[in-house]
Write a protein that binds this ligand. Sequence first.
Ligand code: NAP
Length: 281
Amino acid sequence: MSQKDAISKTALITGASKGLGRELAILCAKKGFDLYLVALPHSNLPYLADQISYHYKVKTEAIEMDLTDEQQVYHLAHTVNKNGSLELLINNAGAGGTAEYDTSPLSYLENLIKLNVRTAAVLTRLVMPALKKAKNSYVLNICSMAAFSPIGYKTVYPASKAFLLSLTMGLREEFKSSNIQFSTAHPGPMLTTSSSCKRIIKQGAKARFCLLNTSEIAKICLESMFKGKAVIIPGFGNKVWFWFMKLFPKKFVKSAMTQSVKNELKENQIQESAKSSTTTA
Ligand SMILES: NC(=O)c1ccc[n+]([C@@H]2O[C@H](COP(=O)([O-])OP(=O)(O)OC[C@H]3O[C@@H](n4cnc5c(N)ncnc54)[C@H](OP(=O)(O)O)[C@@H]3O)[C@@H](O)[C@H]2O)c1
């Protein structure tokens, strides 16, 4: 994207090729934002960027890069800062997963921590010059309902989202008299990745109660953020779940959630070993 004109506004959205990021990108374009869209290489991002540009008459730039690579994050921030002001940063790209901690591959832990924790914190810091240049700017960090309680067998995922929540609230306080406003959003289950789809289908009524489609979640997130809300919990089911977690003893909530994930993990392991014994038979 070349130097901006005075009235245009720009958003940077990480993890924009699919899922919630894609919906956020479309909504931002509908609101007239020019877009920097980020995803890994070979994710069809340039095609999405062209489509958005064509339909909503905004400028888009598809940036295919690995957000876990520090040098590439520096380069991204440099590009954004040199082009002028940034009115909106959405740290959406995130990784998740379920695993026994002591046997989980280190690459899984490192990728999750780099993407969910380090990149979000560092990128926000690096694009501060562009955020400060805008008349009003917003930072929206996509967390999860998992930010509100530790969960065994998910361990680093809820910990990473709790970090992001704490980071955002700290920044909100630190910058309360500035032009930059910080918010977090806490979606519940979303039918985006194949693993989240499988998990939601297995969980049945419990997951369906909290389920919203991604475009609805994106709309709630952006509307609430522009209204100045600090912590955004989309949907009635998730709000009920939030209050349940707040009002019930933490010990009980942690233990019930961990047990449920443990059961899921066991079931998956049984299915995997059944599959491998049929293929080797
Ligand atoms: N799914 C759920 O049930 C759920 C629930 C609560 C919260 N959340 C959170 O909501 C956010 C979006 O979730 P989602 O399910 O919509 O995600 P998703 O469908 O898995 O999409 C992830 C996006 O991040 C990009 N990405 C992943 N690793 C990257 C990397 N190293 N460098 C650059 N881009 C990378 C992906 O790009 P490629 O297309 O190139 O892979 C993709 O655009 C995440 O922060 C997630 O933790 C998800």
